[in-house]
Write a protein that binds this ligand. Structure first.
Ligand code: C5P
Length: 206
């Protein structure tokens, strides 16, 4: 059983994927972490993020045990990830790990940008999670503000719009809703309400 959750930055798809996986008793993979880890290691080796040779070498040797790094969760790591994510050979190198993860019993939830379209086109359930850029920026801003990051809302909104553009405009595996995905707009939903709505969508499919 494979549940594919796609959507733009700060749409709440990661939180939703984890809650669904707990609820269903499935494994969960945040595929953004793979791209974030590739960018981290390329930079740590002293290469430019745009260097395809370095990024592909890192992607091929990526160690899944090293994804749980709190540094990877920040906005800078996300921006860096979106640069290496444009390199077709990097995406290809990360495919087999994601597909093997998806095939485990009793099931798996994967969240990202291209799970329903490219990684698992045969997923049993596909949900495309979205929210307006302003709502996503407001949520991200509240998180950062609570941590005392001292960043302006306008800056957060500009970052989100820039990342949306990078992810939607790239030539390979752009952020896109699969034709057979169900749309979940969380603009006016709490986390709890979004979870309930997603469970309702899944029940319709299984
Ligand atoms: O989801 P997250 O914000 O962690 O993703 C970071 C970046 O990694 C995204 O902006 C996107 O460029 C890239 N990504 C991707 N395909 C995925 C997951 C993430 O291209 N399946």
């Amino acid at each position: 059983m494979i549940v594919a959750i796609d959507g733009p930055a700060a749409s709440g798809k990661g939180t939703l994927a984890k809650r669904l996986a707990d609820h269903l008793g499935y494994a969960c993979l945040d595929t953004g972490l793979l791209y974030r880890a590739v960018a981290r290691d390329v930079a740590a080796w002293g290469f430019r993020l745009e260097d395809p040779w370095a990024a592909v070498a890192v992607a091929r040797g990526l160690d899944p045990a090293r994804f749980e790094d709190p540094e990877l969760r920040g906005a800078a790591a996300g921006d860096a990830a979106s640069i290496v994510a444009r390199i077709p050979q990097v995406r290809a190198a990360l495919l087999s790990y994601q597909r093997a993860f998806a095939r485990q019993a009793p099931g798996a939830v994967l969240d990202g940008r291209d799970i329903g379209t490219v990684v698992c086109p045969d997923a049993d359930v596909k949900i495309f999670v979205t929210a307006s850029p302003e709502v996503r920026a407001r949520r991200r801003f509240s998180e950062l503000d609570a941590r005392g990051a001292g960043v302006a809302y306008e800056t957060v909104l500009a970052d989100i719009l820039a990342r949306d553009a990078r992810d939607a405009d790239r030539a390979i595996s752009p952020l896109a809703m699969a034709a057979d995905a169900m749309l979940l707009d969380t603009s006016n939903l709490s986390i709890e309400a979004a979870f309930d709505a997603a469970v309702g969508l899944i029940k319709r499919k299984i």
